[in-house]
Design a protein around this ligand. Sequence first.
Ligand SMILES: [Zn+2]
Length: 237
Amino acid sequence: MQTIKYRKIIELSQPLDENVTSWPDDKTPEKPFLKKILSRYKENGFYYNLISFPEHTATHIDAPVHLCEGKYSIDQIPVENFIMNACVIDTTKKVKKDPDYQLLIDDILFWEKINGKIKSNSFIIMRTDWSEYWHKPAQYLNMDNSGIMHFPGFSPDSVEFLVRERAICGIGVETLSIDPGYSRDFLVHKILFENNKFAIENLTNIKFLPLKNFKMIALPLKIVEGSGSPVTVIGLI
Ligand SMILES: [Zn+2]
């Protein structure tokens, strides 16, 4: 039998509403999250909405099939993978100096010097505090004049290392993408997904988590053949 002991729950998901910041491309509508009242108390005695949104809206899981054909769709990821031992690697100081900062293998090795070797099956969160810009889309995207975004992410080398040498289950960020904003080849996504690992993007409240020894639970919608799903994520500390 397994038990999870904790003294506090930290909510790690952004709200799912009309104010979500989304990936700027021509396929995503300007208002990606839509909600329409289908039934009102005074008409029918009960209330509910019709909602629609791209799978990659607000805090969400990217399933490997998002970029890699034939890999897990969101409904195929084994459900036990969504209860995780998690670690936080804090890069806030470096990101303050350089919004294009990529988490390096050195950051992982430095973390391990202090906290011990990352256990297999861990979920690795890059802390940047970028989530504080969630309600300021211009800062969250941080787009320059040529339309290139500037926010931090993982380096391809670091993810290769985490997958091969530390057998992690996935990685998470407080930004729109696990690749840095300026990336055009999405190598971090590809390395992760080719190995059938998943990602969580647009996390929040990472600053309230310890660096290690806590559990994270992230249960997506079971969308058949889905490429991802909004997710409610909690940290148990
Ligand atoms: Zn995504």
